[in-house]
Ligand binder design. Structure first.
Ligand SMILES: N[C@@H](CCC[C@H](N)C(=O)O)C(=O)O
Length: 284
């Protein structure tokens, strides 16, 4: 399935037996490989949950496990509703980054093509990103902060949407040093768990352009949590208004994101698509 071209191989843990815990990172890299596997940005498990209606686990294409995935949440929502595992159009999904609420929008044939996810409140404190820093700074937000990374100064806003993000403002995306600064900041010491890296440019008060270097997967067509982080960062820097629905133009298409002042939650609306279903046979 994919959300705006951010594709994962989804395994139905309601039906399939899930491989041993220690095999999952290798399996994720294996299936994600476009030459010797299937080809994707990673692997997502759809599982029963003890604390929510369903549980999602996400593995990046390098085998690392992530705490959240916005595009994955929309695809998991579509999957469990289309397969009638859930009857209500509103339900909860457990992730390692917390529990989120999903609302599916079925089309006339009853299948879901669009999903809205209440992604919860952004976590803004440096210690919650998480980012290293002096004791006093750990309780502070990381807004328009300059950090010395690998011999150069880099200015960005960092926050967590269940997973870490460093957001850079650029005039145009053509100038964005996605494949040089992206991997450098992803693995910088200051981020003990690594980070996703976004470059954004503000088009007008309700639209932004967006490109991403994802932790553990590199350049992808879209990142749902990244789009949420981008809008929060733009509001925190006074570049966009809070409560306005913002259309985020990602390489793979558009998401609508709104950061509500009523409940402090970030809402994401966008598509979810099934590409094919099949059986993965490991050869050799
Ligand atoms: N593509 C995702 C995010 C996937 C996880 C991320 N690479 C991480 O390691 O945190 C999205 O749509 O949010």
């Amino acid at each position: 399935m994919h959300g705006l071209g951010n594709s994962y191989i989804y395994v139905d843990g309601f039906k399939e037996s899930i491989p041993n815990e220690e095999r999952l990172p290798n399996l994720a890299s294996e299936v994600a490989n476009p030459y010797t596997g299937i080809g994707s940005d990673g692997l997502i498990l759809i599982l029963p949950s003890n604390v929510a209606d369903v549980k999602m686990r996400v593995f990046n294409s390098d085998g690392s496990e992530a705490k959240s995935c916005g595009n994955g949440l929309r695809c998991v929502s579509k999957y469990v509703y289309d397969h009638r595992y859930i009857e209500d159009d509103k339900f909860s999904i457990e992730t390692l980054g917390g529990i989120v609420e999903s609302v599916v929008h079925p089309s006339e044939n009853g299948d879901v093509s669009e999903v809205t996810v209440d992604m919860g409140a952004p976590r803004l404190k440096r210690k919650d990103v998480p980012m290293r820093g002096k004791d006093g700074a750990l309780e502070e937000n990381v807004i328009d902060a300059t950090e010395h990374i690998d011999g150069a100064d880099h200015t960005f806003t960092a926050l967590s949407m269940g997973n870490p993000h460093a957001v850079f403002f650029v005039d145009t995306l053509e100038d964005a040093p996605l494949e040089t600064v992206g991997p450098l900041v992803e693995k910088a010491d200051i981020f003990p768990e690594g980070t996703n890296v976004e470059f954004i440019s503000i088009e007008n008060p309700s639209e932004i352009d967006f490109a991403v270097w994802e932790r553990g997967s590199g350049v992808t067509q879209a990142c749902g949590t990244g789009a949420c982080a981008a809008v929060v960062a733009a509001v925190l820097n006074g570049k966009l208004k809070r409560d306005e629905p913002i259309v985020v133009h990602l390489p793979g298409g558009d998401l609508t994101i709104r950061w509500s002042s009523k409940d402090n939650h970030v809402w994401m609306k966008g598509p979810a698509v099934t590409v094919c279903t099949g059986t993965y046979m490991r050869n050799g």
